[in-house]
Design a protein around this ligand. Structure first.
Ligand code: GDP
Ligand code: MG
Length: 301
């Protein structure tokens, strides 16, 4: 259940047992504070933040028990907006004429679904985009991507029977020749526990760098937002094999343990995009506000 509805239902069910929302007893308030605290912790928010949020919500109930929607929204925005703001992308440091974005992550995270969404949006802004498919061991993966891209008129580069790093290297040469604005490189999903596959990913990066000496290569990890805290462990492991520069969150429309992304702060990784569905237009730039909207299910306010 989305955070906002959940907190509201916790509070309402507590107060309803007393017959009226406006006469919440001190004991019931303690219970509410505890339940709200448990909920924030279960939603992967840090303990300190969960404690202060639940106390503030509990105290607000004392002062104004009739406007439940208003006070939860107010407290959460006041406390969480600045926290999530720290994860916003602070300007493009990649000044290269050709921008290269390498997209990595575990299987099923949503890489191949995200790439056409981004490509489609950038194309609409007038950019020339090329996508490279490096998942060469699975023909179906390349076909899936090619099909999506042909529907939206995006140039696709891949080479059958070549290693992923060769495809990536040659795709960069191709993108330079074609004077593309951006090259987006899709890679095969892999578990961070598979050392051989993780080393292969590192190799795609280092081989690509040889063809992109003057170009920064962004490495974006795609995370399934429904995985909660375990996603942070994945990020740390991926980051030990190649230098991550940003995070993309997918499946945020089903967000429930959304506090985990605060763990990205210590890794200094910005969140760049939110993916929230399976159709081509379900992509948003990450902002603290847009993330909170998903988290709070604010449409119900
Ligand atoms: N609901 C939802 N499903 C998604 C989203 N992104 C990807 N998916 C689904 O997740 C599954 C795996 O996606 P895919 O892009 O193939 O993952 P990959 O292995 O990382 O390339 C597919 O069934 C997608 O339709 C999203 O933002 N929301
Ligand atoms: Mg894929």
């Amino acid at each position: 259940m989305p955070l906002f509805s959940k907190i509201k239902s916790l509070i309402l069910s507590e107060s309803n047992t007393l017959g009226s929302r406006s006469s919440v007893s001190p004991i019931s308030q303690e219970e509410i504070i505890q339940k709200v605290l448990d909920y924030f912790i279960e939603s992967d928010f840090p303990l300190k933040l969960s404690t202060s949020l639940s106390k503030m919500i509990g105290e607000k109930i004392k002062k104004n028990s009739t406007d439940i929607d208003g006070f939860i929204k107010d407290v959460i925005y006041r406390v969480l907006l600045p926290e999530f703001k720290e994860l916003e992308f602070k300007g493009d440091t990649n000044e290269s004429i050709l921008k290269i974005h390498m997209v990595v992550g575990v299987n099923g995270a949503g890489k191949t679904t995200f790439i056409p969404k981004l490509a489609n949006r950038l194309k609409a802004d007038g950019e020339k985009i090329i996508v490279a498919g490096c998942d060469t061991f699975r023909t179906s993966a390349v076909e899936q991507l090619e099909e999506w891209l042909s529907k939206i008129g995006i140039d696709f580069f891949s080479l059958a029977d070549s290693s992923p790093s060769t495809v990536s290297y040659k795709a960069i040469e191709y993108a330079k020749r074609e004077k593309a604005d951006r090259l987006i490189i899709d890679t095969a999903g892999r578990l961070p526990s598979n050392d051989a596959l993780m080393k292969e990913l590192g190799k795609i990066y280092t081989v690509s760098k040889k063809s992109a000496i003057d170009i920064d290569i962004d490495v974006w990890q795609v995370l399934d937002a429904t995985n909660g805290q375990s996603a942070i462990e994945q990020v740390k492991k991926f980051n030990s094999y190649l230098p991550l520069t940003g995070i993309i969150l997918t499946k945020v429309e089903g967000l429930s343990q959304g506090g985990f992304i605060l763990g990205l702060k210590e890794l200094n990784l910005p969140v760049l995009f939110l993916s929230h569905g399976e159709t081509i237009d379900t992509i948003k730039n990450f902002s603290a506000e847009s993330y909170l909207e998903f988290l709070l299910d604010s449409f119900e306010l």
